[in-house]
Design a protein around this ligand. Structure first.
Ligand SMILES: N[C@@H](CCC(=O)N[C@@H](CS)C(=O)NCC(=O)O)C(=O)O
Length: 290
């Protein structure tokens, strides 16, 4: 009798586990099928954008600048410069590499703002072909300086140095609950900046590092309308992408003051780029809640 009870008990338990496992299996399969279906739907939607229409996957618009990401501003500026028709997708901002922005063009996904610009420039219209090899090298060095160096100073200011983390109020792209998770977010960013290196410096050192970058751009720009001369080219998109964040998305920051007061030709430069490629700037901005 005891043995029978024991066996029955084991049988019941196994049955319960079996049922639970089956349920779990069905749930996982359903979620995976739903994901695949959603992906297929999105792909259909992006392909329906039309031939040679660029679907630009990016974070949503800001209240003071169309992009909160310097790389989004850079890439859309280039696409506008090259005359592409653009369809914005702000629901899937991160690529398979986990970074934003990325694009889908004629059914093909492409990632990384610079790789995309290099690819489109090589296959369509280059705005740098008139430059000498020496000038191209200078343009390349500026692009790397702003995207891989100046950018990190912006990240540090935006999320760590700015006591009010004002960037959160300049757009609706951050979820409302982010303010309760600020310390987690800051911890993640602090770790990334430590690995990159800029997180190891003092605030005063970072300020000087940033000033030097901005001063270099300002000196090289001088009186010219665009960084490499009379006509804008690809590198202007990168510079505008980063400087635009300091000018429009970093209110009350020391960097805003540098761009507007210490190196005013940078502000003039941004306004020139804005006027040339973003005549609809005000219209595309998101509206802050009343
Ligand atoms: N090299 C990349 C950089 C893109 C990048 O760092 N994007 C940031 C937004 S400004 C991002 O997606 N960060 C999200 C993350 O790192 O998780 C490019 O040029 O597109």
């Amino acid at each position: 009798m005891c043995l029978l009870d024991l066996l029955t008990g084991i049988g019941d338990t196994l049955w319960e586990y079996g049922t639970l496992l089956t349920l779990l299996f069905v749930m996982v399969c359903t979620i995976s099928a739903l994901r695949t279906w959603k992906k297929e739907q999105l792909r259909k939607e992006w392909n329906a954008a039309g031939k040679d229409v660029v679907v630009l996957h990016t974070f949503g618009r800001g209240y003071t600048c169309p992009h909160m990401s310097p790389f989004g501003l850079k890439l859309e500026t280039y696409l506008r410069m090259a005359g592409y028709k653009i369809q914005i997708d702000d629901q899937n901002p991160k690529s398979s590499k986990g970074k934003s922005p990325w694009i889908t063009l004629n059914g093909v996904d492409m990632t990384d703002s610079q790789l995309i610009i290099d690819h489109l420039s090589a296959n369509n219209k280059s705005f740098s072909s008139h430059l000498s090899d020496k000038e191209k090298a200078i343009a390349n060095a500026f692009q790397i300086m702003v995207d891989e160096h100046l950018y990190w100073g912006l990240v540090r200011y935006r999320y760590l140095t700015d006591p009010h983390v004002r960037v959160l109020q300049l757009t609706s792209i951050f979820p409302k609950w982010i303010k309760y998770m600020l310390s987690v977010m800051k911890h993640k960013i602090r770790k990334a900046l430590h690995v990159q290196g800029i997180g190891r410096h003092s605030d005063a050192e970072v300020l000087e590092i940033m000033r030097k970058d901005l001063e270099s751009i300002s000196i090289y720009l001088g009186e010219k309308p665009f960084i490499m001369g009379d006509e804008p080219c690809e590198v202007d998109c990168a510079i505008f992408g980063q400087l635009g964040q300091l000018l429009w998305n970093a209110p009350d920051s020391p960097y805003y003051t540098m761009v507007t007061e210490d190196f005013p030709n940078l502000q003039q430069y941004c306004l020139r780029m804005k006027e040339k490629f973003w005549p609809d700037w005000e219209e595309v901005l998101d509206k802050p809640p009343k």
